[in-house]
Design a protein. Structure first.
Length: 190
């Protein structure tokens, strides 16, 4: 007489066992992954949709920028070139730190009397240099020359070098970075 198959052999194979902790972990990980992907898509989209039309998109620093110690400057010495670096510049979405704006030629005429001139040539924007040999400022691009006080002497530059507001606060040089339209005799802020 043939043996009747036992119940054990006719049962479907049991599901692989997953421990409850592991199952919960997989669930949580799936949720976190899904949520993260959703946020990655949604947040930029909401920012674009929510961007107010009249908002200033890029801010240029209007606060004075620290360009170093007054002690760096010797009264009556040749001008020295100082880099002007904004601690932070913001636009609608980002903030950038330590952004180089340009450079200024700075002279100490007496005590706290400091003169700062933009190194941007008013002609077409090349970087103006200082000639120790000639004791003048010179733009190498089209040979414009300027007196130590920034007045134009020769060359195509339509005006003298542009002054930059500077003051001494607590022994530090605080400079306000401003730029002017190039190629015009009049000094127009941009
Ligand atoms: S850019 Fe300076 S002289 Fe032309």
């Amino acid at each position: 007489m043939a043996n009747k198959p036992s119940d054990e052999t006719t049962k479907p194979p049991a599901e692989p066992l997953i421990e409850p902790d592991r199952r919960r972990f997989i669930k949580l990980a799936s949720c976190a992954l899904g949520g993260g992907m959703g946020a990655a898509i949604l947040v930029p989209a909401l920012r674009v949709l929510g961007d107010p039309t009249n908002r200033t998109i890029v801010t240029t620093p209007s606060d004075p920028i620290d360009v170093g110690s007054l002690e760096r400057l010797v009264v009556g010495a040749a001008p020295i070139k100082l880099d002007v670096v904004a601690p932070v510049i913001r636009d609608a979405w980002n903030a950038s730190e330590n952004v180089s704006l340009g450079a200024a030629w700075v002279q100490r005429q007496a005590g706290d009397k400091i003169v700062a001139l933009s190194s941007i040539c008013p002609h077409l924007g090349c970087a103006i240099g200082w000639s120790d040999k000639k004791g003048v400022f010179q733009c190498p691009c089209h040979e414009s020359f300027f007196e130590p006080n920034g007045e134009r002497t020769t060359g195509p530059s339509p005006r003298g070098m542009d002054p930059l507001p500077i003051e001494v606060v607590g022994g530090r040089l605080k400079l306000r970075w401003v730029t002017y339209r190039q190629g015009t005799a009049a000094r127009t802020l941009v």
